[in-house]
Design a protein around this ligand. Structure first.
Ligand code: SF4
Length: 365
């Protein structure tokens, strides 16, 4: 069963009528959807349960602070539904649907909202990628790429896996975490992934954020994807009240390495409207949490990077320099001349993002 209306959760989460009415305003603005499986992971007796925080609307989402496009997605969209920000990488928004609408989503502006940003001219997109031989990899994203219908997925995978200059395709999906039935009960989907994976390597990039999400079902979903020939990687988002604790991240990453879903990025939560006040952890604090978590990992799990996706590029957060400056490095850069460059950025103790007037040229080392 899928729950999409606050009143459906009244008894399950012991909400009062007033709370249902208040939270309905939030769900009317930013859709809610949660299935029976993911709902079952919530400790219903704990109002601060981390899974609840990721899945159930909160009044904090009504804050107007922040913005909706924090990494310049609109500016890097040559065709609706296709983003080309970094030279080698194309990203396609294949759907605006998800199995669960994460309250911390950085594409809150579009998920579940019948967005015009989603790819509709797929042949035009494929032609663009065919004509740009510098593109070596494609990310199928959304929304949740595995919530696109099988026909659309097959269309994209069939076309993209026949392009010589594409090395690999990444499929960005939270279905193993939030709706493992999508994978476990759809043998046709797994067969298609196995089929296209023989042409080009497919990577499933998922988002486990808390050890409570690593269950028998989500493990089985990851194993099924591995069995179909996919490689699994995890991108965790650092979230206040969910995983801003080294012990939680340690436990999560140990569990993930144990099931073959290697930690790949820890992302700084973006200053998205309806998200930033609710979920962002200050960068200095985030650095300490992540470093302490990293210290207790095996070498495989230590390979992840703590990054922020900024309008200028993907910046790896390296560490402190002196008492007020932070060292960052461009792991990806919109301007290729910035790639690999080190920055020394003065940051307030409570800063959760780079300043609005950030100019990389003034802080390059
Ligand atoms: S699954 Fe991904 S795209 Fe969908 S709501 Fe969650 S974070 Fe956003």
């Amino acid at each position: 069963m899928l729950y999409t209306q606050m009143h459906e959760l009244k008894n399950i989460l012991s909400l009062t009528d007033a709370q249902v009415e208040e939270l309905k305003q939030v769900a009317d603005r930013f859709p809610m959807m949660i299935g029976t499986y993911y709902l079952s992971l919530i400790d219903q007796t704990n109002p601060d349960d981390p899974i609840r925080k990721m899945a159930i609307p909160s009044l904090a989402e009504l804050s107007k602070d922040g913005r909706f496009d924090t990494s310049g997605e609109a500016d890097n969209t040559p065709i609706p539904g296709l983003q080309h920000k970094y030279r080698e990488t194309a990203l396609i928004l294949v759907t605006d649907q998800c199995a669960m609408y994460c309250r911390h989503c950085f594409r809150k502006r579009l998920v579940g909202l019948a967005s015009k940003e989603v790819a509709s001219h797929w042949q035009e997109i494929v032609t663009y990628i065919q004509n740009h031989s510098e593109i070596s990899n494609v990310i199928l994203s959304g929304g949740d790429a595995l919530m696109a219908d099988d026909e659309a997925l097959v269309q994209f995978l069939d076309a993209l896996t026949q392009i010589d200059h594409i090395d690999l395709i990444r499929i960005a999906t939270r279905t193993p975490v939030t709706f493992p039935e999508r994978i476990l009960q759809d043998t046709a989907l797994l067969a298609q992934l196995a089929h296209f994976g023989k042409r080009k390597q497919l990577y499933v990039v998922t988002q486990f954020n808390h050890p409570h999400e690593v269950t028998a079902q989500s493990t089985a979903a990851i194993k099924a994807l591995l069995h179909a020939g996919c490689i699994a990687r995890n991108q965790m988002v650092l979230l206040k009240g969910v995983n801003d604790d080294p012990a939680v991240i340690t436990s999560l990453f140990r569990a993930l390495t144990g099931i073959g879903c290697m930690p790949y990025y820890v992302f700084q939560c973006r200053p998205v409207t309806g998200v930033q006040n609710h979920f962002q952890v200050p960068l200095w604090e985030g650095l300490e949490i992540v470093e302490r978590a990293k210290a207790s990992q095996n070498g495989m799990a230590k390979a992840f990077k703590y990054c922020m996706s900024h309008t200028t590029g993907k910046l790896e957060i390296l560490g402190g320099s002196g008492s007020t400056d932070m060292l960052l490095r461009y792991h990806e850069a919109k301007d290729p001349s910035l790639y690999g460059k080190l920055l020394r950025v003065p940051l307030e103790k409570d800063a959760c993002w780079l300043p609005d007037n950030f100019d990389a040229s003034t802080v390059l080392l």
